[in-house]
Ligand binder design. Structure first.
Ligand SMILES: C[S@@+](CC[C@H](N)C(=O)[O-])C[C@H]1O[C@@H](n2cnc3c(N)ncnc32)[C@H](O)[C@@H]1O
Length: 347
C-alpha cells in the first residue's frame, strides 16, 4: 500500500498539508510528470448522460452521440468506445447497469445534481454513524429478503415494503451511478482498491447536509434491492461510505472542454493523481485528455520543490487572499498553507 512513485517525483509529508508530491530532480518546463490513467470510479451526471460518451467522456457541444445502447441508457461516440466499455464492465458489470436502468426508467427517476440539497449544518461523525447504522439494519432485512430461498414471513415482507416505500421518494440517479461504478471497481480490482483507494485522504464529514447524508443511505438501500445477487456480498455500506469520503478530498471535475469550461458533467477519482496538493500559484498544469489527466510542469521545477496544481477554477486564482481561503475552505475544507498564501497572509 503506497502512493505512486516515479523517477521525477516522490510523495512525502508536507507541513500542514498532509502528503504531497516533491520533485526528485530538476524538471524543465513542459515535462509531462504524470498520466493518471482512467478514473477508478466516476459519475457523469444524468443530465449529461445522453451527450457524453460513456467510455471516453467525449462531449460534442451538447449534441446527441451516434451510438446508443438503449438497455443501459449509455451513449458512445463510436462503436469502438461501446465495445471497450462492454469489455471493461464485464458481464456482471453490464448486468448491474441494466438492473439500475430498469430501476430508474419506469418512473423517470432523476438526479439531485443541480437541486438544492437543503440547508442546515454538516452532519457530525456521531450522527453519520447513527444514520448509517440504522440504514445497515434495514439493508440486512433487504438482503435476507433477496437471498432467501424460503418464503418470507408476512411481517418481514411488510417491513421490506415499508423500507422501499420510505426510500422510494428520494432517488438520486447520480449517487446510484457513482456507487455502482465504485462497487464494480472494487469487485474487479480488489488489490487496487486496497493499495490505492483505501489510502487516499478521507473526509470525516463529507455530507453537506442531513439530506445529503440521507440520499447516500437511500442510494445504498436502492442498490441492495436491485443489484445482481453476485455483486451483493461485495456491496457494503462501508464501501459506499468510503466512496463518499474519498470523493470529497480527491475528485477531479469532469468538464466538457478545457479545465475551466462551464459544463460540469461529472467527477471522478483518479488515485495516482490524488497526491498533488493545491497551490494558489501552481507550478503544474493539468489537462484532461479523454479518460485521463495529464500533469505537465508549467515552469522549471527544482529538486526538492513541491509540485502543486490549482484546485481553483480560472478566475478564482485572481481572488484576494481572504476570498481564496474562504473558497478553498468551503469547497475543499482546508486552510490553504501554500507559499502564496503564506506571503499574502496579513500579520
Ligand atoms: C487531493 S488531496 C492531496 C493529498 C493529500 N495531502 C494527502 O495527504 O493525501 C487534497 C487534500 O490535501 C490537503 N491539501 C491540499 N492542498 C493543501 C494546501 N495548499 N494547504 C493545506 N492543505 C492542503 C487538504 O486536506 C485537501 O483536502
Amino acid at each position: 500500500m503506497s502512493p505512486p512513485d516515479s523517477d521525477l517525483f516522490e510523495v512525502r509529508e508536507i507541513p500542514n498539508a498532509g502528503r504531497g508530491v516533491v520533485a526528485r530532480c530538476d524538471i524543465p518546463a513542459g515535462t509531462v510528470m504524470l498520466e493518471s490513467g482512467p478514473p477508478a470510479f466516476h459519475v457523469i451526471f444524468k443530465i449529461y448522460g445522453k451527450e457524453t460518451c460513456g467510455y471516453c467522456f467525449y462531449w460534442d457541444r451538447g449534441r446527441t452521440l451516434p451510438v446508443r445502447d438503449h438497455t443501459t441508457a449509455k451513449v458512445f461516440c463510436s462503436e469502438e468506445c461501446r465495445e471497450s466499455w462492454i469489455q471493461e464492465q464485464g458481464k456482471v458489470g453490464v448486468n448491474a447497469w441494466l438492473s439500475l436502468q430498469d430501476f430508474l426508467r419506469p418512473r423517470g427517476r432523476g438526479t439531485n445534481a443541480d437541486e438544492e440539497m437543503g440547508d442546515g449544518l454538516k452532519p457530525q461523525p456521531v450522527e453519520i454513524e447513527r444514520v448509517w447504522q440504522e440504514t445497515e439494519r434495514q439493508a440486512k432485512l433487504l438482503r435476507v429478503y433477496r437471498q432467501s430461498k424460503t418464503p418470507q414471513t408476512k411481517a418481514d415482507r411488510k417491513a421490506v415494503q415499508a423500507i422501499m416505500r420510505k426510500t422510494g421518494e428520494a432517488i438520486d440517479a447520480d449517487i446510484l451511478s457513482y456507487f455502482l461504478c465504485g462497487t464494480l471497481f472494487r469487485y474487479k480490482e480488489p488489490t487496487r482498491w486496497n493499495d490505492e483507494v483505501s489510502i487516499l485522504a478521507m473526509d470525516d464529514q463529507p455530507y453537506k447536509t442531513q439530506k445529503d447524508l440521507e440520499s447516500s443511505c437511500n442510494s445504498y438501500l436502492h442498490l441492495v434491492s436491485i443489484l445482481p445477487l453476485e455483486l451483493l456480498p461485495h456491496f457494503t455500506s462501508e464501501l459506499c461510505r468510503t466512496l463518499v469520503r474519498a470523493d470529497n478530498h480527491n475528485a477531479f471535475g469532469i468538464r466538457s472542454g478545457g479545465e475551466d469550461s462551464e459544463e460540469y458533467m461529472g467527477y471522478g477519482v483518479y488515485p495516482s493523481a490524488s497526491y498533488f496538493n493545491h497551490s494558489c500559484s501552481p507550478n503544474l498544469r493539468k489537462q484532461r485528455i479523454g479518460r485521463q489527466w495529464q500533469f505537465t510542469a508549467g515552469q522549471d521545477i527544482s529538486l526538492g520543490d513541491q509540485c502543486c496544481i490549482s484546485y481553483l477554477g480560472g478566475d478564482e486564482r485572481d481572488l484576494s487572499f481572504s476570498d481564496r481561503q474562504r473558497r478553498l475552505k468551503d469547497t475543499w475544507g482546508f486552510d490553504c498553507s501554500c507559499e502564496r498564501c503564506a506571503n499574502e497572509r496579513p500579520d
